[in-house]
Design a protein around this ligand. Structure first.
Ligand code: HEM
Length: 493
């Protein structure tokens, strides 16, 4: 190959190529006509590869921005965890972050009312640690089998192929545990001003633990050091039409201009002893933990400093999973988290292929020796040469860590049973507290109503009454306000 500046044009197999743009053909006189020949390897290669250059987009969280950066420990947490990347103040770890909308497709607009997904991959000396979070602190469901249904109800109608308000409310009225998340979604934070000014929440309870068997429960919080900034719906609707990539551009340009966004990484902590007296169910992702009882404790700082050189390679092919946890960080008995630990690697094997761990954004930076995960499409890691490909071989001695992650801490004893959660008045308590906060915000109440009202258009009358009743469980005033608001809209006020 000649210099990097002036590379020699080749085929993908390295052979020097014809000037791309030329097509080998039997020319028809001096006209532009001719018969193209199949032996023109370059033309065939370019056309054939184009037809194969897409990978399936993520079934949720398809539209996103991504950037590389760094995590730095700012506070001592050695009393809680022995995770090596958290072991001393000042320790830095490289990371990749991808921030997404949830419901829209890869080409959809950024400034929509939706949850923002937050995925961060840390390349630690003990392997990959992923934080796969959201910008709202609670989730819509707590029975994992409902996840596909919930997402479909937010996406396109199977017949009309457009998003459908009736479908959205039909799901939520009949799965009312999502009320707390809905109150957040229709509040000011439902549309961020930029991706640089959003929170990241673990939503689930995780554990921090140590080799001696001790552990605490934690909820993770990423808080933007520049503060939260939100966008009103009129601006958002306008931008969705005129600047559909508004948030992606904003993050990219900020980083290009060395204006690096940063977040304080914090945790709320609960000891196992405190769980029985906790005012909420810590294994239920529809609840937050009260700050007065479980104050935030700072762990570190996360900064995004570098745009990817190639979006497809580094962000589209990035595979995040809550199952990527290093020793010292563990899951909890939240069944939604447990289901997610299966679902993400499963999605990656389908979307990117079974060897996704070998691709640049997903490749651990420490030495990997996993000889029972081998062969398959795109193998490029040496494939463990002639090492045994079966378990309990004595031919190739291997050493073992005594500090592996065992994801169970509580003692379990019981029978398998089919279970789904049921909804009680308790599920409306935190939603009501949030409503009172919204009412105290400047113009908060009005905006909240204006954010919901458009979603009631086209909803059949009976279902609409059910939506009013649903919000009536949050506050008796809400059905009347919604009804009045709708009536005013219809009268064109
Ligand atoms: C049962 C519950 C859930 C299931 C089954 C589920 C499943 C999935 C799947 C299949 C993907 C696409 C992955 C891919 O193709 O690369 C995804 C993406 C994502 N999910 Fe979930 N999810 C669930 C709940 C949640 C919750 C509670 C959160 C936040 C706390 C969350 C945050 C995310 C994020 C941030 C992404 C995008 C990751 C990326 O940037 O590549 N999900 N989820």
């Amino acid at each position: 190959m000649t210099s990097v500046e002036t590379p020699l044009s080749t085929l993908a197999n390295g052979q020097p190529s014809e000037r791309p743009g030329c097509v080998q053909q039997v020319r028809y006189g001096h006209s532009n006509g001719g018969l193209a020949v199949l032996s023109d390897v370059q033309t065939v290669e370019i056309l054939a590869h184009f037809a194969r250059e897409r990978i399936p987009e993520r079934s949720v969280h398809a539209k996103a921005a991504g950037a590389f950066g760094e995590f730095e420990v700012t506070d001592d947490v050695s009393d809680l965890t022995d995770a090596k990347f958290l072991s001393r103040i000042g320790k830095k770890t490289k990371l990749l972050t991808r921030i997404s909308t949830v419901g829209g497709e890869k080409g959809s607009s950024d400034t929509v009312r939706d949850v923002r997904g937050w995925a961060t991959k840390l390349y630690t000396e003990e392997g990959i640690q992923d934080f796969v979070f959201n910008d709202l602190p609670v989730f819509f469901i707590r029975d994992p089998i409902k996840f596909p249904s919930m997402n479909r109800s937010h996406k396109r109608h199977p017949r009309t192929n457009v998003p459908d308000n009736a479908m959205f409310w039909d799901f939520h009225v009949n799965n009312p545990e999502g009320i707390h998340a809905l109150m957040h979604l229709f509040g000011q934070r439902g549309i961020p001003a930029s991706l640089r000014h959003i929170n990241g929440f673990s939503v689930h309870t995780y554990t921090l633990n140590k080799a001696d068997g001790s552990y605490v429960y934690v909820k993770w919080h990423f808080r933007p050091e520049d503060g939260i900034k939100t966008m009103d719906s009129d601006t958002a609707v306008h931008l969705a039409g005129t600047e559909p990539d508004y948030h992606v551009k904003d993050l990219f340009n900020a980083i290009e201009n060395d204006d690096y966004p940063s977040w304080a990484v914090c945790i709320q902590v609960m000891t196992p002893d405190q769980v029985k007296d906790a005012p909420i169910d810590i294994f239920d992702d529809t609840y937050t933990w009260p700050f007065d009882k479980y104050p935030l404790r700072r762990v570190g700082r996360m900064t995004l400093t570098q745009n990817p050189n190639n979006y497809f390679q580094d962000v589209e092919q990035a595979c995040f999973s809550p199952s990527n946890m290093v020793p010292g960080i563990g899951p909890s008995a939240d069944p939604v988290l447990q289901a997610r630990m299966f679902s993400y690697p499963d999605a990656h094997r389908y979307r990117v292929g079974p060897n996704y761990f070998q691709l640049p954004p997903n490749k651990p930076t420490n030495k990997v020796y996993a000889p029972f995960v081998r062969d398959g499409p795109g193998t490029m890691n040496g494939n463990y040469g002639g090492d045994p490909d079966y378990i309990f071989s004595e031919l190739r001695p291997v050493s073992f860590s005594k500090r592996v992650q065992v994801p169970t801490h509580e003692h379990w004893n019981g029978q398998v049973e089919a279970f789904s959660t049921s909804v009680t008045d308790n599920d409306f308590v935190q939603a009501r507290q949030l409503w009172h906060i919204i009412c105290k915000e400047k113009n908060g109440k009005n905006q909240f109503l204006r954010n919901i009202l458009p979603t009631l258009h086209g909803v059949p009358t009976r279902l609409r009454s059910q939506v009013f009743e649903y919000f009536g469980r949050v506050d008796a005033e809400l059905p009347k306000l919604l009804e009045q608001g709708l009536a005013q809209e219809m009268n064109g006020n």
